[in-house]
Design a protein around this ligand. Structure first.
Ligand SMILES: Nc1ncnc2c1ncn2[C@@H]1O[C@H](COP(=O)(O)OP(=O)(O)OP(=O)(O)O)[C@@H](O)[C@H]1O
Ligand SMILES: [Mg+2]
Length: 439
């Protein structure tokens, strides 16, 4: 069943249940209220009547009023047990029966019964200090029930109109709520078919807007991932093809006798070197794949950052000296980090060897605390990284000028992220590139 139908149905059911309960309550309360109201009115009329009954000054139109009011009444004298007066519409036998059956001295009377119908009764004592007479006023319950029914019917009409309006309103509101979801479903279908360019924004509000935003973000991320994956395969096959072609060229040349003597030896040297390069690329790709997967390749332990930097410097000093680059470091704040020591060293080596390769005269490593986070910063005074390259710098096989394989920084990022850190590249105050690892 569609969501809109479900919501409208749920609302309507709830509404009908509530209205039914309210109607039943009103129906039962209404009769009591009407009976009480009738009793009060009878009381008022009775008190007025009792003043005129035995007085000489009876207004001229009194009997006319009495007929108009269609009152059922009788006067009963208790001391002589006689009905003194009664309306023509009442039967004397019935009055005697009532007088015997009900206690007229009680102020509050129950509903009287004549075998068929029920009556609302009000009793007024006439000159209680002089006479022992009671004026009894009576209204058939039928009359009140008729009023109750009319009132109730009107109420029902109002309720029905109300329910109808609410259902229409619910339908409209749920339609507004559900439409963005339906549109979102179509956009998701497009994402499923990888038609990323056709994905359109959907107008929505509240939580649905948040979901919509997540869907768009997801689509963008998926598109980016798929493109990078595609590029990765293209780059990887290219990187692997070049050394293989060199190897094939030399191997065939040697086999066919094209390369002989010294040339043949040089060819073999190139073959060995290229095989070494291939092995390095493949090993790095395997490492990256392992870091990507949840495989148990990352063994964390507590180490001091100073210790990590010192190991990095120890291993890169020979390279720096050879290239006449000054390699300095400064630890402003030392701290313990929870990382895989060997892999983290590998990440640092990738960054620092890059820096030494690109630097003109110096490379500077510093460790400091900023905004409560620990940062390892590597600066060099080389030519820096092109702004256009920075966003993809850490992707696989992405290399700039003087690049080698383009896997080093991808490996560094994978390792840093496995240690719950982040890495970014920017411009260095020294003029070259700056790499910042944040924990
Ligand atoms: N300190 C730096 N100064 C200028 N450019 C840099 C620096 N570090 C990295 N780069 C640029 O970033 C690119 C990617 O670096 P990365 O270390 O990933 O690959 P690579 O050094 O080319 O190859 P390898 O996989 O052998 O490390 C490099 O090709 C280079 O152009
Ligand atoms: Mg590198």
């Amino acid at each position: 069943m569609r969501l809109q139908t479900q919501l409208t149905l749920a609302f309507t059911t709830l509404l009908v249940i509530t209205m039914t309960i309210v109607s039943i309550t009103i129906h039962s309360l209404l009769l009591n209220v009407l009976i009480q109201n009738e009793k009060d009115q009878l009381q008022e009329k009775g008190e007025m009547l009792s003043q005129f009954l035995y007085s000489e000054v009876v207004p001229s139109n009194f009997s006319h009023w009495l007929n108009n009011e269609e009152l059922y009444l009788f006067v009963y004298n208790r001391s002589i047990d006689r009905v003194m007066l009664y309306s023509r519409s009442l039967d004397l036998e019935l009055i005697h029966d009532w007088v015997e059956r009900y206690d007229l001295t009680q102020k509050q009377q129950p509903l009287w019964f004549d075998g068929e119908n029920q009556y609302v009764v009000s009793i007024i004592s006439i000159y209680p200090e002089l006479l022992d007479e009671e004026l009894v006023l009576i209204t058939p319950l039928d009359h009140i029930q008729e009023i109750q029914q009319i009132f109730f019917n009107r109420l029902m009409i109002v309720f029905l109109i109300g329910i109808l309006v609410i259902i229409i309103l619910t339908h409209y509101l749920t339609h507004r709520l559900v439409t963005p979801l339906t549109q979102l479903k179509y956009q998701l279908k497009k994402i499923e078919k990888r038609q990323f360019d056709d994905v359109k924004r959907v107008k929505a509000s509240g939580e649905i807007k948040e979901v919509e935003k997540s869907v768009v973000d997801m689509a963008n991320e998926l598109e980016r991932y798929m493109k990078s994956q595609q590029q990765f395969f293209q780059n990887a096959s290219h990187e692997l093809k070049t050394p293989l072609m060199t190897i094939q060229g030399y191997a065939e040349g040697i086999k066919d006798g094209v390369f002989q003597g010294e040339d043949s030896d040089r060819g073999l040297e190139v073959i060995v070197a290229e095989i070494g390069r291939l092995k390095k690329i493949i090993n790095e790709m395997i490492l990256l794949a392992k870091l990507d997967s949840n495989e148990d390749v990352y063994h964390e332990e507590d180490i001091y950052v100073s210790q990590l930097v010192q190991s990095t410097v120890d291993r890169t000093i020979p390279m720096a000296t050879e290239q006449q680059i000054a390699l300095n470091h400064q630890i402003y704040n030392d701290a313990v980090i929870h990382v895989d020591q060997e892999k983290m060293l590998q990440a640092m080596l990738n960054i620092v060897t890059n820096a030494i390769r690109h630097a003109k005269t110096k490379v500077y490593i510093e460790v400091l605390e900023k905004d409560g986070r620990l940062q390892i910063i590597v600066d060099d005074d080389g030519n820096g990284v092109d702004d256009a390259l920075i966003p993809q710098l850490f992707e696989r096989f992405i290399k700039g000028k003087d690049g080698e394989t383009g896997l080093g920084l991808a490996i560094s990022r994978a390792i840093v992220e496995r240690s719950h850190g982040t890495i970014r590249a920017e411009h260095s105050p020294l003029g070259g590139a700056r790499f910042v690892i944040t924990f």
